[in-house]
Write a protein that binds this ligand. Structure first.
Ligand SMILES: Nc1nc2c(ncn2[C@@H]2O[C@H](COP(=O)(O)OP(=O)(O)O)[C@@H](O)[C@H]2O)c(=O)[nH]1
Ligand SMILES: [Mg+2]
Length: 241
């Protein structure tokens, strides 16, 4: 059902959904292993935006589909609208991280325009994180970074001895998702943010989302000939999202 809907009018390049009224829907997905903090991150993001003072507003609150354990059953979804370009909507999803929900994750991935990967910073979860990353790579058919902007959270920094940014960059490098300086995709390497998703002491949750909106607008232009990959400033005619 979801897949069918998303097959509606797709654009070339960054494949956004555009409806007859010219409204653009951009799909942003939070991905990662079970209980890494995806739902909490998006929940906190909504609470921060609700307080006001950002360039986006809430159109549709986060709908959560929980199991009794509190884990996400299928996916969560909420929608923001850009205050600057009222025709631009951001559809934010989280996936269910449990291994057995792999077929559902594949469906949710369909039509993804941007991806935020949520590492669990607890060292006991390193393997789960890596397995989730490997599954994502497979499902995305090598379109991450080259076509789909990707940013990374190392979440739960409030817990003792958390994984740090440089360690996660090493993992990304091993998985071929972090390019050396001489590579043409180096500019688009995922930025790794050390985060706390819990609302009461949240850290970097809004920052990473707004950086993603900035990246999305850069990716809209990435394949244009007048765009200099080495200094990715927006040309003048690019809509500010
Ligand atoms: N200490 C701590 N706990 C967190 C953080 N983010 C999420 N959690 C907790 O981790 C558990 C799983 O979070 P949830 O968002 O449901 O994970 P999801 O499966 O990735 O959606 C919950 O008990 C959250 O309260 C964080 O930054 N720090
Ligand atoms: Mg969840």
């Amino acid at each position: 059902m979801i897949v069918e809907k998303q097959k509606e009018e797709m654009k070339e390049g960054m494949r956004f959904k555009i409806n007859k009224k010219g409204e653009i829907s951009i799909k942003i997905v939070y991905w990662g292993c079970a209980t890494s903090g995806k739902t909490t991150s998006v929940d906190t993001l909504f609470k921060i935006v609700e307080k006001g003072d950002s360039n986006i507003k809430i159109i549709n609150n986060l709908k959560k589909i929980d199991m009794q354990s509190g884990a996400t059953l299928y996916f969560d979804r909420g929608i923001f609208q850009s205050k600057i370009q009222s025709k631009i909507y951001y559809h934010v999803y989280t996936v269910a991280g449990q291994v057995r929900f792999s077929p559902i994750r594949k469906k949710i991935f369909y039509g993804t325009n941007a991806l935020i990967f949520v590492f669990d910073a607890q060292r006991s979860r390193i393997e789960d994180n890596i397995n989730s990353l490997k599954e994502l790579k497979k499902i995305s058919e090598n379109r991450l970074i080259s076509e789909i902007p990707m940013l990374v959270m190392v979440n739960k920094q409030d817990l003792p001895n958390p994984l740090k940014k440089s360690e996660v960059e090493d993992i990304l490098r091993q998985e071929g998702l972090f390019y050396p300086t001489n590579h043409k995709l180096n500019t688009w390497n995922p930025i790794v943010y050390e985060t706390i998703a819990l609302y009461k002491n949240s850290q970097n949750i809004y920052t990473i989302f707004s950086e993603m909106l900035r990246r999305i607008s850069q990716y809209m232009l990435k394949d244009r000939t007048d765009f200099d990959e080495n200094s990715p400033n927006l040309p003048k005619d690019v809509p500010k999202l």
